[in-house]
Write a protein that binds this ligand. Structure first.
Ligand code: PDD
Length: 285
């Protein structure tokens, strides 16, 4: 069992306790981040902190931490937990109140919890080593503020479970206009005729850090055209390649959607180029 952080103290995770009156527990009233770290080197730390700042402000949690506190916390967690392949889970809830009242309590300190968990080694940009996914699809039934990385994840959990029960590793979600939004815990990319496509950011999807870094790398590299635009589920069905992205998975090729092969059913050349670029540049953010 690892060493966690709770409200100012580092302690064995089994000793970390919060009150059942914590609003994170009662309402899912909080936000979180997952920052990957490989052999002590974090990926995308700056954009993760930016998204956390936006999330806190979007839901009105006042956290008076100095800028240095988060990197210090993360480095200590890495040190305490063996600095292998780690996901650093950072969670801030609105705090513990004496009554279960929906309105924001006054003068309550936010709860800050963090721990490290082992993640798989980063994917290697090699088609033979890739672990392709099969996925389900489902109408996106979550709330209307999916751009906030809220700890209230029941909608995501139910969508993920739906895919799992069909033998799939993820569930691709679409809105009322039959447009792709994201997956239950990943963003989604589609390749058609050599162009990389992904839906534009709005309230329907999380602004993923892996998504941001990959788009930035592809644009700076310039060899593969990129478009952020609405993608219909018919386009997903006709895609040459489909990928899902997240901090702990990087870029995962999807070779089957609802039991139907994507393109020729093999891991694609553009995935290989994208993962090669990502592996080479991910520590620069
Ligand atoms: N999931 N969309 C959703 C709904 C997510 O939960 C995630 C990440 C992403 C990808 O975001 P990023 O690239 O910043 O990891 C997209 C995390 C890893 C989780 O919940 O564990």
């Amino acid at each position: 069992m690892g060493i966690a952080f709770l409200n100012g103290s580092f302690l064995p995770i089994e000793q970390a306790k919060i009150s059942p009156m914590d609003r994170g527990f009662l309402f899912g009233d909080g936000i979180y981040e997952v920052v990957p770290s490989y052999q002590g080197k974090m990926v995308g730390f700056k954009p993760h902190m930016e998204r956390m700042k936006h999330g806190l402000s979007a839901i009105g949690i006042p956290l008076d931490w100095s800028q240095q506190q988060w990197p210090d916390l993360c480095h200590r967690l890495i040190e305490e937990n063996g600095s292998g392949n780690l996901g650093l889970y950072l969670h801030i809830s609105r705090g513990t109140d004496s009554s279960r009242s929906h309105g924001f309590p006054k003068a309550v300190d936010p709860t800050v919890f963090a721990y490290a968990f082992e993640i798989a080694p980063p994917p290697i940009a090699d088609k033979a080593m890739a672990k392709p996914y099969s996925v389900s699809t489902a109408r996106d039934m979550r709330w209307e503020r999916r751009h906030i990385k809220s700890t209230a994840l029941l909608g995501n959990v139910l969508h993920f479970q739906y895919g799992l029960e069909r033998g799939h590793g993820e569930t691709l979600l679409y809105n009322a206009d039959n447009e792709l939004t994201e997956a239950s815990a990943c963003n989604v990319f589609v390749v058609k005729n050599g162009t990389v496509l992904t839906p534009p950011l709005d309230h329907q999807k999380l602004p993923g850090i892996t998504r941001f870094m990959l788009l930035d790398m592809l644009r700076k590299d310039g060899r593969i055209p990129v478009e952020e635009r609405a993608i219909t589920m018919d386009e997903v069905a006709g895609a040459d390649e489909v990928w899902i992205t997240s901090s702990s998975k990087e870029i995962v090729p999807v070779t089957e959607v609802d039991g139907v092969p994507v393109g020729n059913g093999q891991v694609g050349d553009i995935w290989l180029a994208a993962q090669t670029l990502y592996s080479a540049n991910k520590f620069n953010y």
